[in-house]
Write a protein that binds this ligand. Structure first.
Ligand code: A3P
Length: 293
């Protein structure tokens, strides 16, 4: 399936037609989750692949065999993708399902299930910069001439997968309604060991210290960026132009400081304050001063 230039509109949100169809999105919306299912929900570029790797390694007790031999889209498939139905398999461990869908679409299906949801968020300035470079790499996403142009669309929620603000707030507000664990990309960076322990507790997966050591090692950026099962190098250059950018690009907190000008950052802050005024979420914008907003 090509459809590189096709945009699907579903629930008022744009999606790349190369990956999704009306049918695949509808199938996702009506999906019957089972007890034991684990759902990774993220806005794009929030560290989804990192979380997929962490969960794979948790359920392999730190053994990298599965992580280094099976592509992430097979072992932790995206619910809304066209290939999902054929890919999701019952295995020994729980089914790990990934989604970028907003909570509004999935809440009805999740509310009546006993699935566990892990919501991973990332500070939106880094998300926007990472997403901009991903648009250069991925030929199934629209072209933008410059980062400021992209950021304007991002702040207005006029990008594929919709508004970051609505996505994060929407999922966060559901945390009392089902079994949801909220964590950030910055938490993973600041103290991976502590984050792993919290995740394992949430999942009910006790881990030995040696296993945690192995998980920590195998999900490091340097290791993952060399792993073809997650670094997207298996995807052909007709779909991803690997000369334009890398999927495993930098993997740091605060890279936005290298890309947004002072006035652009100030404008971003203003929009952030307006849109997040009804929400108590705090974000870490840089690890140097670990300043929360
Ligand atoms: P950058 O573009 O800022 O480098 P997603 O998986 O949701 O598409 O997110 C991709 C982002 O997560 C990229 O950010 C990528 O480098 C980063 N990432 C992936 N694995 C990581 C890891 N092990 N450690 C830190 N960042 C990671």
């Amino acid at each position: 399936m090509d459809r590189l230039d096709v945009t699907e509109c579903f629930a008022g949100i744009q999606f790349p037609g190369h990956l999704h169809t009306e049918q695949s999105l509808q199938y996702a919306k009506e999906f019957r989750f089972k007890e034991g299912d684990i759902v990774i929900a993220t806005y794009p570029k929030s560290g989804t692949t990192w979380m997929q790797e962490i969960l794979t390694l948790i359920y392999s007790q730190g053994d990298p065999e599965v992580a280094t031999t099976i592509p992430n889209w097979v072992r932790t498939p995206w619910l809304e993708h066209t290939y999902f139905k054929e890919t999701l398999k019952d295995g020994e461990g729980p089914r790990i399902i990934t989604t970028h869908l907003p909570s509004e679409v999935l809440v009805p299906a999740l509310q009546n299930s006993k699935a566990k949801v892990i919501y991973l968020a990332r500070n939106p300035k880094d998300v926007a910069v990472s997403y901009y470079f991903f648009h250069k790499l991925a030929k199934f996403l629209p072209d933008f001439d410059s980062l400021p142009e992209f950021v304007e669309h991002f702040l207005e929620g006029k990008v594929h997968y919709g508004s970051w603000f609505q996505h994060v707030k929407g999922w966060y507000m559901q945390r009392m309604n089902f079994d949801l664990f909220y964590i950030t990309y910055e938490d993973l960076h600041k103290d991976l060991r502590r984050s792993l322990k919290k995740l394992c507790r949430f999942l009910g997966c006790p881990m030995y210290s040696k296993e945690l050591d192995n998980i920590e090692h195998h999900c490091r950026f340097e290791i993952m960026s060399q792993n073809p099962m997650v670094n997207c190098t298996l995807i052909s250059s007709e779909i991803m132009d690997h000369n334009k950018s890398k999927f495993m690009r930098k993997g740091v907190v605060g890279d936005w400081q290298n890309h947004l000008k002072e006035e652009e950052s100030a404008h971003f802050d203003k929009v952030f304050q307006e849109k997040m005024s009804d929400c108590d979420l705090q974000f870490v914008w840089s690890l140097e001063n670990s300043e929360d907003t």
